[in-house]
Design a protein around this ligand. Structure first.
Ligand SMILES: Nc1ncnc2c1ncn2[C@@H]1O[C@H](COP(=O)(O)OP(=O)(O)OP(=O)(O)O)[C@@H](O)[C@H]1O
Ligand SMILES: [Mg+2]
Length: 150
């Protein structure tokens, strides 16, 4: 499925819509070039989920954790600067399986072998400075349910 947004407000609305469908245990992989809007979308998701703190790009820390509604937590990873996932993979595997965690991953290629098979992959393409095309791909029952409801 492809969703087109005409500006950042519509991107935020999409993030809000997506966030409402999340109940824990979901993994969302965000794909797209630098500046395509992965972190912007994550901010919108976090806001709707009730994160008290504004999402910041986790580039230097690799991950940031935000407590959100219903006793859940949002874990936001950005692997842009990670060159060897090595020992992180064990931790990642646990986070991905945790049913009280909603995980958002930017630049997930380096950990592609531990990304769960059932995940929602959103590929963001910028046709212009303010418009974005979001290619939504579901790869299992849980993510397919979200895609259908979007
Ligand atoms: N429709 C839109 N959706 C999302 N971002 C938009 C849109 N229009 C303009 N922008 C701008 O594009 C930029 C997106 O930056 P952002 O940090 O979200 O990208 P990113 O994909 O996370 O990049 P990186 O790979 O460096 O982490 C922001 O400056 C944002 O304001
Ligand atoms: Mg980013």
């Amino acid at each position: 499925m492809i969703i087109e947004v005409n500006n950042i407000l519509e991107m935020n609305a999409f993030g809000k819509r997506l966030a409402k469908l999340l109940h824990g245990g979901e993994v969302i992989e965000l794909v797209g070039d630098v500046g395509s809007g992965k972190t912007t979308l994550t901010k919108a998701i976090a806001l709707e989920l009730g994160a008290q703190e504004e999402v910041q790009s986790p580039s230097f820390t690799i991950s940031r954790i935000y407590p959100v509604r219903d006793g859940l937590r949002l874990v936001h990873y950005d692997f842009y600067r990670l060159h060897d996932a090595g020992i992180m993979k064990q931790e990642l595997d646990e986070v991905f399986r945790d049913q009280t965690t909603i995980t958002v991953v930017e630049w997930g290629d380096i950990v592609s072998d531990v990304l769960p098979p059932d995940r929602l992959t959103l590929t963001i393409v910028p046709p212009s400075e303010v418009t974005r095309r979001i290619i939504v791909e579901a790869s299992g029952p849980k993510s397919r349910k979200i895609e259908k409801a979007l």
